[in-house]
Design a protein around this ligand. Structure first.
Ligand SMILES: Cc1ncc(COP(=O)(O)O)c(C=O)c1O
Length: 389
């Protein structure tokens, strides 16, 4: 049976961050929440079945990740990303952000320089700065209808002795699905200056029609040996609460250092029983569901683009290539970011992610989460229109 993404599921009072933390985040409970990156859709039935099956056994003691768990990841990378990996390369990480933080800990020292490409997913800043590393901003270049990387500036930053680059591939929040050529150029530059690439590919399954994800570490052995990749079923199948992700590290020396932190220092390589069951089921049986989801998200994207183009032409849209998080330029309203957020929250009742949290270049933008039933998006767009025209 096809999933019904039109169904409205009441997520309130489930400890949902998106729905139950609005009073804290937006100052009022009754906003329509289109912010934090999870979806208002149920996870695939095949995942529910796997969790129910595991629940039938009443002992939840220590466990090991099964061969089937690892093989489901290997097979997924092959079929969805044309990337052939080996089981031994896979290391468990509870979350991608915790994985990024462990990578910073394992491969740099306090005072080392780490490059990020703003505007970018805000925890990239925290995992660097809160571990006393130095952030270098290689700002994305904003073009007419999309962003690109500033390779000249990147080379300057690399020359200055950066130890690591945190890559967001595809990019949250600007929605770019980086091309093979862009990634090859970045990978080669990082090799030239011996800068480790940590590639966050958590959104790699959420690619819009007409675009193809390139796994950074799929670009040949030299780049693979200089790359640590993080992936997860959490965005793709709406399983963030399962806290189960994977680090893929082909280089044995790098892998050893990562495992030292995750297994021996922090002891977070176990995860949880249900997370393993969910990950394995999603990667093994979830492909058809994901394809249906992508069709639905594409429909939502077309609806939003069409609505904004016709009804709110002063707002700026970009070519949206990946993720269910759409980046919209509100600068034509002429409001400073706090005033803009206040207007959207209090006049329209809308809870978007405010652009300045993503760092330099994010000001006067909003990130709109379109992973909701179309009828909810329609309500949001009409509220936006009433408030902005
Ligand atoms: C680029 C990126 N990385 C990581 C995460 C969060 O990953 P996790 O919940 O596994 O820490 C998000 C969530 O929005 C994200 O957009």
């Amino acid at each position: 049976m096809k999933p019904n993404f039109d169904e409205i599921i009441d997520r309130r009072n489930t400890n949902s961050l998106k729905h139950d933390a609005c009073a804290v985040v937006f100052g009022r409970e009754d906003v329509l929440p289109l912010w934090v990156a999870d979806m208002d859709f149920p996870c695939p039935e095949v995942v529910m079945q796997a969790i129910r099956k595991r629940l039938e056994h009443p002992v939840f003691g220590y466990f090991g990740h099964s061969d089937a768990f690892y093989q489901s990841i290997v097979a997924w990378m092959h079929k969805r990303h044309a990337w052939d990996i080996e089981k031994e390369w896979i290391c468990f990480s509870p979350g991608v952000v915790s994985g990024l933080a462990m990578a910073v800990q394992a491969f740099s020292r306090p005072g080392d320089k780490i490059i990020v490409q703003p505007p970018v997913y805000h925890p990239f800043y925290y995992v660097v700065e809160r571990q006393n590393r130095v952030l270098l901003h290689n700002k994305l270049i904003r073009n007419e209808d999309q962003y690109s990387m500033d390779f000249a500036d990147l080379e300057e930053k690399l020359k200055s002795g950066a130890q690591m680059l945190l890559l967001c591939n595809p990019h949250n929040p600007v929605g770019r699905c980086w091309t093979k050529e862009e990634l090859q150029r970045l990978g080669e530059l990082c090799l030239k200056y011996q800068c480790l690439v940590v590639s966050d590919e958590i959104h790699s399954d959420l690619i819009m029609q007409g675009f193809v994800h390139t796994a950074m570490a799929g670009l040949g052995k030299a780049i693979a040996d200089n790359t640590i990749t993080f992936m997860a079923p959490s965005k793709s199948f709406n399983l963030a609460g399962m806290a189960s992700s994977e680090a893929i590290i082909p280089n044995p020396e790098l892998r050893k250092s990562f495992i030292r932190i995750s297994n021996e220092v922090l002891h977070v390589s176990l995860g949880n029983t249900f997370g393993d069951a969910a990950l394995e089921a999603a990667y093994t049986h979830g492909e058809a569901w994901l394809d249906d989801l992508l069709d639905y998200l594409h429909g939502n994207l077309l609806y939003l683009n069409d609505f904004i183009t016709r009804q709110l032409p002063s707002l700026g849209l970009y070519r949206h290539e990946a993720t269910y998080l759409v980046w919209v330029d509100f600068s034509a309203l002429g409001l400073e970011h706090k005033a803009l957020q206040h207007k959207l929250v209090h006049e329209a009742g809308l809870g978007f992610s405010e652009g300045s949290i993503f760092g330099p270049g994010g000001e006067q933008h909003m990130r709109i989460n379109i992973a909701c039933p179309r009828s909810v998006l329609e309500i949001a767009m009409k509220a936006l229109q009433a408030c902005c025209v």
